[in-house]
Design a binder for this molecule. Structure first.
Ligand SMILES: Cc1cc2nc3c(=O)[nH]c(=O)nc-3n(C[C@H](O)[C@H](O)[C@H](O)COP(=O)(O)OP(=O)(O)OC[C@H]3O[C@@H](n4cnc5c(N)ncnc54)[C@H](O)[C@@H]3O)c2cc1C
Length: 408
């Protein structure tokens, strides 16, 4: 990768996660001089600490579309992006609990699956018995229904993010690691570039894709961004030898956990509640990156509720990362309040799966000032100034007892 920092670039992208890398790739493919500034290494933020579950199940069309368009890229990665495959199409299930909200949630699930099918997503509503036919080792007596996506799964997150950055570089983007953007610069109502430790870099357009760090960067130029850092943990568990069946990816709203296979013999688990439930923001530069002492036990109990064969699982390792939460748990993608400023942040714990399509959307927005495959209006920052921004994005949003921190 070219390490030199140019004094001028058409477009400066702040942040080298999946989103910044994807934006750079799409812009460079249009022959635009784009430079990505990453203060650490590519994928050193949430994109390197994520679960990377590639769920397409959403109750609103805009996010389902981003997830679906992205899955096409993850699925055909070697042909589209280049390099080794990154997608594991294990199959994915979203569960709904039996109990007080079951009937209404099951009706919503059926409508959501119909909407998703209309977007092109392979998904079907299934009964608990059907789930047990598919995965005979799971417990289903606490379930009302599930959505099954046979072609979804999970991605190798670091490989994908680095691969995307490499593809951007091959297309002509400059990727500068170890280079923090110290400040954005503006003149009047226009951004004019960024400041790095090596000096100022002029840019006609600046894209802020710096996750939860975006808030301070933008605040310093008077742009108020409602994005807070939320600490979230995951654990990697060794499976007992007696349970070695390949399991789906689960978004288990009944057991309050998500899980996916993690290499041969291991599973990755995240448990809802805890930090997510309390929604206490942390300082993104000073948060505990190790898991809490009691977290492995919680993770084993949660996955064992769905897969009893995991009861004897052992903790291998774990980590905490950050969700960049917006007040409505939907991302901010689009123009900012200054000319030349664009935002791609606030993914609220669900941005990895959308990364490839967000890059395309951002390139369409910046270069063409329009997008003909998705209405980008719902994602704009200025939605928070409109009356009623708290309203759900669709009438089919679920009501859950558990809180994953992000929306469905
Ligand atoms: C534990 C966990 C589990 C998750 N599970 C899933 C999941 O299953 N599926 C899913 O879709 N999403 C999931 N997510 C969310 C997903 O990982 C994120 O939404 C996504 O990775 C965000 O990508 P990004 O590029 O916007 O941000 P990041 O990957 O955080 O990238 C931002 C980058 O900006 C850099 N940066 C910050 N400030 C500066 C600066 N001043 N100058 C230069 N660089 C700067 C950072 O170093 C960082 O590399 C999970 C997140 C976590 C933490």
């Amino acid at each position: 990768m070219e390490p030199l920092i140019p004094p001028i670039t058409d477009i400066a992208v702040v942040g080298g996660g999946i989103v910044g890398a994807s934006i750079a790739w799409h812009l460079a493919a249009r022959n635009i001089a784009v430079t990505v500034f990453e203060r650490g290494t590519i994928a050193s933020g949430a994109s390197g600490r994520t679960g990377a579950l590639l769920r397409q199940h959403y109750s609103n069309r805009p996010e389902a579309t981003l997830a679906h368009e992205s899955l096409k890229v993850f699925r055909d990665w070697p042909e589209i992006v280049g390099g080794a495959p990154v997608h594991h199409p294990t199959g994915l299930v979203l569960t709904l609990a039996a109990g007080p909200h079951a009937d209404a949630n099951v009706a919503r699930l059926r409508r959501n699956v119909a909407m998703q099918n209309g977007v092109g997503i392979a998904s079907e509503a299934i009964t608990p018995d059907r789930l047990r036919d598919l995965q005979p080792f799971v417990r289903v007596d606490d379930l009302a229904a599930a959505a099954y996506e046979p072609t979804s799964g999970y991605a190798d997150a670091v490989a994908a993010t680095r691969g995307m950055a490499r593809a951007a570089a091959r297309a002509g983007a400059r990727i500068v690691e170890g280079c923090p953007v110290l400040a954005l610069t503006a003149q009047g109502d226009r951004v004019t570039g960024v400041v790095t430790p090596s000096g100022p870099v002029r840019a006609g357009v600046v894209v802020c894709a710096a996750g939860p760090w975006s808030t301070a960067l933008l605040g310093a130029i008077g742009v108020s961004l409602p994005v807070a850092a939320l600490r979230v943990q995951i654990a990697i568990l060794h499976r007992p030898l007696a349970f070695d069946a390949p399991h789906f990816v689960y978004l288990d709203t009944a057991a309050g956990m998500f899980c996916r296979p993690y290499g041969p013999g291991c599973s990755l688990v995240g448990v809802s509640g805890g930090d997510q439930h309390d929604h206490v923001p942390v300082d993104p530069d000073r948060y505990e990156q190790r898991v809490d002492a009691e977290y492995p036990g919680r993770a084993i109990s949660a996955i064992a509720r769905r897969i009893p064969g995991m009861t004897g699982a052992a903790f291998l390792n774990g980590r905490a990362g950050l969700y960049d939460m917006t007040p409505d748990a939907h991302p901010i993608i689009g123009p900012g309040p200054l000319d030349g400023l664009y935002l791609a942040c606030g993914f609220s714990g669900a941005g990895f799966k959308k990364g490839p399509a967000v890059g395309r959307l951002m390139a369409d927005t910046i270069v063409d000032n329009r997008c003909d495959w998705l209405d980008p209006a719902p994602f704009r920052l200025d939605r928070f100034q409109a009356d009623g921004w708290q309203r759900p994005w669709s009438e089919n949003e679920y009501v859950f007892e558990t809180d994953f921190g992000h929306g469905f």
